[in-house]
Design a protein around this ligand. Structure first.
Ligand code: HMG
Ligand code: MG
Length: 302
């Protein structure tokens, strides 16, 4: 397979928002380690209400203290103007506005309707553009909702069209609860690509049902080349109970290496960062590739 793939590492944000709180120093070491391993796009944190997501309450400190590597895009989630103002003060390259294709999920996640989320995004988009920031839009529940069940593709497309009109540079099709299947992925991308350039769509796949790698392969075949993943498969969403973390970055890199797709990411270094963060949190490593390579390393040491 020719051509490059863009990997957006979301572990420091999507991952850590759903894990036991770790210190600011650990977050900084995680981000610096990831960019040191060759990650070029990092979703570093969120400027959301600390009452809603206390795990990321130190967002400003993290962004101010990380080592900025040239050529790396640092992005953050912003739900409202308060979040945007903080992002502007911290020299990020990209902001992410996030809403949902499910009304109930929007209310649980943002405490507002889908329509109200767009009212909030309007001034954010204007100010972000005026300040030269890239803007990404994320559509939660693009494949299913923890509260409403199946979500019609038409509902996803409606939100996508509004995010495109808002001026989003890229748009994420997010499988919040990891229920997507290959056939649904193909159908959704086919519909979405009629409304927005396929090369600006991203796959954000949680791996609850173990379908994420298959869905990435199906997405690649359908023309997508931006994927989100989380080192060691960290995380989930606090407002989607039972949802697993994102597909593990190590597993995605192994898949792409096997396809001959260049990522510029050092897999061995990435595996070490996965081990580091799992140790810091005290959780198991959800990356199969990470676990396999760590076991091999241990064998070689004995
Ligand atoms: P609200 O309670 O309706 O709003 O929350 P509010 O305006 O009444 O604010 C409540 C308090 O939060 C106030 O403080 C505000 O000042 C403060 P108080 O006066 O009570 O002391 N506040 C803030 N503080 C810091 N930064 C801010 C901010 N905004 C308000 N930006 C709100 C509405 C949108 C703020 C809230 O619902 C929220 O923060 N939601 C975010 C939830 C979240 O982060 N969810 C997880 C990320 S999304 C996700 O994981 C899905 C994704 O991965 C894709 C997928 O997989 O589906 C992207
Ligand atoms: Mg997510």
């Amino acid at each position: 397979m020719a051509g490059g793939v863009k990997i957006v590492e979301v572990g420091p944000r999507d991952g850590l928002q759903n894990e036991k709180t770790v210190s600011t120093a650990v977050k900084i070491e995680l981000i610096n380690g990831l960019t040191g391993a060759g990650i070029k796009n990092v979703e570093a944190t969120s400027f959301v209400s600390p009452k809603w997501v206390p795990q990321l309450a130190d967002a400003m400190e993290v962004l101010r203290q990380i080592q900025r590597r040239p050529g790396v895009c640092y992005s953050v989630l912003v739900p409202n103007q308060t979040g945007l103002e903080k992002a502007l003060a911290c020299q990020v390259h990209e902001i992410v506005v996030f809403t949902a294709a499910s009304e109930t999920f929007a209310r649980k996640n943002l405490n507002c309707s889908i329509a109200q989320s767009f009212e909030r995004f309007l001034p954010i988009a204007e100010i972000a553009k005026a300040n030269g920031l890239a803007m990404r839009g994320s559509i939660s529940c693009s494949f299913g909702c923890p509260y409403e069940g199946d979500v019609p593709i038409g509902s996803v497309i409606q939100v996508l069209v509004r995010l495109a009109a808002l001026g989003c540079d890229t748009i994420d099709l997010a499988d919040t609860i990891g229920v997507g299947t290959v056939s649904r992925v193909r159908e959704l991308i086919c519909g979405a690509a009629r409304e927005f350039p396929v090369e600006k769509l991203a796959g954000h796949y949680h791996d609850t049902y173990g379908q994420a790698l298959a869905n990435i392969l199906a997405s690649l075949e359908a023309g997508l080349n931006i994927f989100h993943s989380s080192v060691a498969g960290l995380g989930g969403c606090p407002f989607a109970p039972g949802a697993a973390g994102n597909v593990a970055t190590e597993d995605v890199v192994y898949l792409l290496n096997g396809l001959g797709v260049e990522t510029g990411i050092n897999l061995d270094a990435l595996v070490s960062i996965g081990e580091f963060i799992c140790g810091a949190i005290g959780r198991w490593n959800a990356s199969k590739t990470g676990s396999a390579l760590l076991a091999k390393r241990r064998c070689a040491e004995t």
